[in-house]
Design a protein around this ligand. Sequence first.
Ligand code: ADP
Length: 467
Amino acid sequence: QGSLVQESPQHICHVAVEMAPIAKVGGLGDVVTSIGRAVQDMGHQVEVVLPKYDTINYDEIQGFHEIESFEWGGCTNRVFTGIVENVVVNFIDPSNGMFSIGMIYGADYEPIPMMDSERFGFFSKAALEFLLQSGRQPDIVHCHDWSTGLTAKSYWDDYHNFGLSTPKIVFTIHNFGYGEAEIGAAAMFSQKFTTVSPSYADEIRHEHCIAPYSDKFVGILNGIDPAMWDPMDDEFLPIPYSEDNAAEGKARAKAALRERVGLRNDDVPVVGIVSRLTQQKGVHLMEHAIWTALERGCQCVVLGSAFDPEMQRHWDQLELSLRHQYHDAAKLIFAYDEPLSHLIYAGCDMILVPSMFEPCGLTQMIAMRYGAVPVVRQTGGLRDTVFDVDHDRERADREKGIEPNGFTFEGMDTPGMDYALNRAIDCWYSDREFFHQLQSRVMAQDWSWNEPALEYLDLYYAAKNMK
Ligand code: ADP
């Protein structure tokens, strides 16, 4: 669709404070690595500039070595380089010790006289200084989230007319919930700025720091890494499966999951949740949905990570009540457990994602790749990836050229949640054949980076051609 990707190769330099798997806190880290690699695979030159945290896992970096240093910001900045997931990464290590505090975020809460905004503000400029001093002239500097928002302004104020003249700035908002001041500056000074799904873009477009620049703002959906999430090649599953043998593969995974968490082997649906347990993720709707599912004879598996002790206490209490009333039909596991998450996606019939807001969301895409039918609240990236089988056939075809693939609801209250979940459960009980077809259908849909990477490339060319 009017793609300009035939044009000359681009040099893209990402400036970010997270990168998976060496310095990952959330989705931002995954996205930097995936976009970088996807665009590089299309024949472009990609580099990342990252702080050299003391918490980095060096086993995941190939050929790590020091390349140079520069004096700036009142200290000596050593620069190291290495390859992460095939992408070149340059690490900046200032002698003021800002990134040697045992964590990526969180200085604000520790007895350290330094705020995250100060540390990342420093890094946002140090990255530009590195580009200047090393003689680089990338076509695009792509910065991410509030933490590197200052790069955009600093570039036009302090670098563009002073030797680092070629780049144009692209800025991506991964979560609008943090750092509005930095986001506001980046919106003004970037040539293009994006967020991680079209619907989330529409939801935040009217915000006062975005609205004036709305015409250069677009939503580009994230993808998932099909090699990392591949039921045909997944060491955590009992047998490999694809959409062609989904029924068998998922039945085996369901049995393995039940054995692993201690659920009986009954002929009932298994409903799953894999999530951080925060208000953003719609915990009150999750809780309600678990009760509804159990009332209707389903089993439930929840893999949840709570960071807030009060939230954890609440879920501990909920677990007791569930056990009291439904004995062993619900299993709640409070941990961050990636291997178990794979088995849950594979072994569950449906996965719930009732987020209050969701910039993109990966859970629903991973679920589909493993043939678990998503039951989601219609918001942000969930709306752009899950289309209700009863209501969104036309929109699914128009927006994505696909058949509808899940059950959705609007609103923030429990009847909405029940409306979607009950239809999914009805479908499982009364039309098992259709439910199995639906599972194969969602597995065949493409939620990889193939398309998003092309959209980013078009955006890079458009930014490059702006004044
Ligand atoms: P967010 O980044 O806001 O948490 P996403 O849906 O974008 O939400 O990404 C969530 C990712 O984290 C998914 O890969 C999901 O499988 C994983 N995840 C969330 N909670 C857990 C957990 N407790 N254990 C293992 N993986 C988890």
